[in-house]
Design a protein around this ligand. Sequence first.
Ligand SMILES: Nc1ncnc2c1ncn2[C@@H]1O[C@H](COP(=O)(O)OP(=O)(O)OP(=O)(O)O)[C@@H](O)[C@H]1O
Ligand SMILES: [Mg+2]
Length: 253
Amino acid sequence: MLELKNLTFTAQNTDVNGKSSIRTIIDNVSYTFEKGKFYAITGPNGSGKTTLAKLIMGINEATSGSVIFEGKEITGLSITDRARAGIAYSFQNPARFKGTTCRDLLAMAAKTDDEKVIVDIITRVGICSLDFLDKPVDSRLSGGEIKKIELATTIALNPKVAIYDEPDTGIDLWTIDPMVKLLKKEQKNHNTTTIVVSHNRAFLEAADVLLLIKDGKIIYRGDLKGALPLLNDFSLCSFTNVCEGELNARCYR
Ligand SMILES: Nc1ncnc2c1ncn2[C@@H]1O[C@H](COP(=O)(O)OP(=O)(O)OP(=O)(O)O)[C@@H](O)[C@H]1O
Ligand SMILES: [Mg+2]
């Protein structure tokens, strides 16, 4: 349904002395996401997860390789055209829009002014519609609030492929499980191909398929059980040592 073929992304690095070098951030990745499945992408900080998500959305331009969506090559398409085709991306660090309210944002995404529809979406992500409907989506929102609004916007778009980049960042403990349930429900009800980039065990457990990225490569695809030895590998997860040998991926967060 969504196929990545030998996808590569390189970027130019310039050090403080002005010396530049080319770095491969996504390295010849090939993978096919199936319609209606729930995927979790995890891996160490800086391994390339966000870069890969942005390549799918067209925010980053592939250096080589291709992205094929529903049988059509979309590698050269703009973000807007990919969005029109049914791909949505929820940013790790969402943008803030001075002068735009939650109502405006969600009305645009859901393509309706119907307050009932907008209130329903806001409520589903666990924020109070009375407080938030006419609140500006600007720098006064807290880190967790802006993430919830970003999530609501992606849900409102009702995309064919929904990519959520660390939706749980800054989210309180009590909201994470309902958030997993919400995204699973969206996936089931709308047959949405769901791709969640996360370090959180709750998302890794909920996924049909877990992809583990390291150094710009997919080094594992499968279930969480099979990934545990890799997640506990010191070279992959430097936090494991604080768990003093506890062979449990709970320490992977
Ligand atoms: N346009 C770019 N130019 C240069 N380096 C980049 C560019 N985009 C990403 N990088 C680098 O590529 C690496 C991977 O970044 P990316 O944001 O994909 O990591 P990540 O796996 O999402 O990490 P995290 O878990 O911290 O969110 C990082 O070292 C980052 O600094
Ligand atoms: Mg990231």
